[in-house]
Structures are given as C-alpha cells and as structure tokens.
Ligand binder design. Structure first.
Ligand code: ZN
Length: 419
C-alpha cells in the first residue's frame, strides 16, 4: 500500500495511507498466503467502549463511520479474523470479515448514534480499547465526515510485516484515455492532488445563458483555471485540470483521470439553467443513489446526458457502476465527499449567493469514483441575469476560486488533524 504524506498547518509532514479500493477489485490481485499477523481473540462491546484483543501484535487500527444504517467500521491491519464477537452495549451486531489477506475488518451496527471518541493500544500491543460516545444523528454525520482515525500500537510491539501492494485497477474505463493532464504546483508527490474538472466542452456546450449567450463550457473552464491559480498560491496542494482547452471528455474519463492520477479530491465545476429565470445561487452535489429532491434529480439527469450526443452514447452502454455503491469503500468516500461539501458551502457563503438547501445529493456519473472523494460544484444559474453576470466576470470567478481554495485547505488540514 502506498503511503502518502499530508501537510499540517505547521508544515510538518505526516504519513497517511491512501484509501482501500473495493475488496472485489483486490480479491484477484493478491498472491500467496496471509502475512504474519495477529488473530482477533475477542471483541467485547459496551455502551462506552469496544475492546479488541489479539493473540499477537498487529500493525494498526483504522476507524471510520458509515451511515444508512449507522455503523462503525474498524480495519485491523496486520490482523486476521478469529474469536467470537457478540453484540452488546451500543451495538446491535458485530461482524468480522477478512478485507484483504493482511486486514481484518470489523463492522459494528449501531443501536443509536454514537461515535468513537478516542482509543489506544495496551503496552504490549495486544489489546485495543476504543471509547464510544453517544451523539445525535447530526453529530454522527459530522463525525463520519471527518474520515478515518488511525490508532497505532507501541512501536516495539507492532507487527512489522505489512504486505506491500498497490491497486491501480480502474473501474470500467470508457473511451480513449489519452495522456494524463499536467500536474501544476510543487514537484512533491507527497502533497495532496486536487483534480478540477471543467464541465462540458467541445461539441457539448452545456447550458447557454439567455443573458448574453455565455456558454457553460467556457464559464466552467474559466472558473477551473482561476481555481487552479488560487490553489497554487497556497503552495500546499498540487492541481490538475481534466481539460485545459475546449475539448470533450466523456463522463467516465473525467473521474477516470482523477483515479489514474491518484487524486485526493475531485471537483467538477458546472453552472445550471432553469426555466424560471429567478432561480439563482450555487449548490454542491455529492453522490447518492437517491436524489435529495426533484431539482437535484432533474439536474443529474441533464448532466448525465452529456455523454449522449445525437443518440450515440459516448460513455459506453455497459458501464454499471451503481452496483459498486454498496461497497463500504464507496460509502466511506461518499462520507468524506459530504464532509468536503459542507466545508465548501461554509467557505462560499460570504463570497457568493447560494441556494436555500445548498448541499444536495444525486446520482451523477461524474461523481462515481469509488475511492476518490468527489463533489460537483454547481456555481450558479446562467439563466439568471445576476448569476450570469457574476460567473462571467473576473471578480465573480475569483470569489468562486477563493471559496474553493479555502475549503480545500481546511479539508486537508482537518484530514491531518484527526490522524
Ligand atoms: Zn453542467
């Protein structure tokens, strides 16, 4: 597994593993038997704690939350599944599974919203105790939006044998993937990589403004470029654009590029249009199989049509990514995406007009990378005169770019703070 370094506010570098790819992609990639590992002896659960014991040292525990239904998942690196894990306390159910030859995964179904407040390994590294704190439904969502929290055994009681593997298997790559785009920013592969996707392009103009005729594909490219420049000013992230010209890219290739480049964050930029010209304001969309409202559903349906030109489906008809949505990795990615969406709205609020309910969920093809946190930023309505004026001027673009840059910085700072 590759280790990436993320920056902290103080400039200190920390190691952070990249997320797992879905188990079923991994299954065929492993060779040989399991690595040297401790076996789970017991799992006991209570209202205020979870205690896991092992018969030998392990390498690491990584804890994260999952919603719908609410669960706490614990990846135990350097461990294999073993002893009984009866349900109890805050948990209705406790399941064990061998996620890969080197990692046992515990999934604990919550009886009521609760989060892991902290935890530690015993001095001999063979017992992990996690504190469990009841919270509200909203508090649970906030917690899982923070992503994984890792716990390490004491250095001298840590399993050393962690199998090295790297997963590059892309899901259903459609169309031609020409050379990957240029990476801007410091030549330091440890810095997070943000891939910005200017929506539409080439023969697909997207929405066209009735107020002056601005085309969405030009507006999104100008915002993407301004965002790249703003992000580069921080010196703390690397940036790539899926397109830096007026070219057409099928939807699967847009997130495919982000996955191939091992992006840490993917953002697709769009501008909407509506028959009702008073509709205005930006919103942030994250992936869900169930649309949050009819507007979100219609918007997703329109955007997903980008690949269908003159009745020809350019994205390929056999791409069925929705089946992978049940995978825990995708759910975890969706949680982190939702966390970033919240940050983006918080940072955008002083700078631009937003919709009343500005975080929406819908099934966008472009957001379906299973392991890359992804959002679609719908920056405003080209059908609204004020929004169109805002989005087509340098000052407006700057406001959008600054909002994104602040949110990106807060996002990666937070991802470090919880590790
Ligand atoms: Zn669009």
């Amino acid at each position: 597994m590759t280790a990436k370094k993320f920056w902290t506010a103080g400039g200190q570098q920390l190691h952070k593993p990249v997320m797992f790819a879905p188990a079923f992609f991994l299954a065929s990639l492993f060779m040989g038997g399991p690595a040297d590992a401790g076996t789970i002896k017991s799992v006991t659960t209570d209202h205020d704690k979870v205690v896991i014991t092992f018969d030998d040292v392990v390498n690491k525990a990584s804890v994260f939350g999952l919603a719908g239904p609410n669960r706490i998942a614990i990846d135990l690196v350097g461990a294999t599944v073993g002893g009984a894990s009866p349900a109890g306390g805050a948990f209705k159910n406790v399941r064990q599974g061998q996620f890969d030859p080197n990692t046992a995964r515990l999934v604990l179904d919550l009886d009521y919203p609760a989060k892991v407040g902290g935890g530690s390994f015993s001095a001999d590294g063979k017992t992990l105790t996690l504190s469990v704190i009841p919270t509200t439904a909203a508090g649970f969502l906030d917690w899982l939006g923070l992503g994984r929290k890792d716990f390490d055994p004491p250095e001298s009681f840590r399993s050393k044998k962690v199998s090295q593997y790297e997963v590059t298997a892309p899901i259903a790559k459609a169309g031609s993937m020409r050379g990957l785009p240029k990476i801007y920013g410091p030549a330091d592969a440890r810095l997070p990589l943000v891939v910005i996707d200017a929506g539409h392009g080439g023969h697909d103009p997207g929405a066209i403004s009735p107020h002056g005729g601005a085309r969405e594909k030009d507006v999104t490219l100008a915002i993407a470029r301004a965002t790249r420049d703003e992000l580069l000013k921080t010196g703390r992230v690397r940036v790539a654009l899926t397109r830096d010209g007026d070219s057409f890219i099928v939807l699967q290739d847009r997130f495919g590029i982000a996955r191939k480049m091992k992006a840490d964050l993917f953002m697709s930029i769009h501008a909407d249009s509506a028959e009702n010209q008073t509709a205005r304001g930006g919103s942030v969309y994250t992936l869900s199989e169930v649309a949050s409202d009819r507007e979100a559903q219609r918007f997703a349906a329109r955007e997903n049509k980008s690949d269908i030109i003159n009745g020809v489906n350019l994205g390929g008809a056999d791409v069925n990514v929705s089946s992978i949505l049940i995978d825990l990795t995708q759910r975890e990615t969706m949680n982190v995406s939702a966390g970033f969406a919240k940050l983006l709205l918080r940072e955008a609020e002083p700078n631009m007009v937003l919709r009343g309910t500005a975080h929406k969920f819908a099934s966008f093809i472009v957001l379906k990378a299973p392991d890359t946190p992804s959002v679609l930023f719908e920056t405003g309505f080209l059908s609204n005169a004020d929004d169109a004026a805002f989005l087509t001027t340098g000052a407006g673009r700057q406001s959008v770019a600054r909002s994104i840059s602040s949110a990106v910085q807060a996002h990666f700072a937070r991802r470090v703070a919880i590790d």
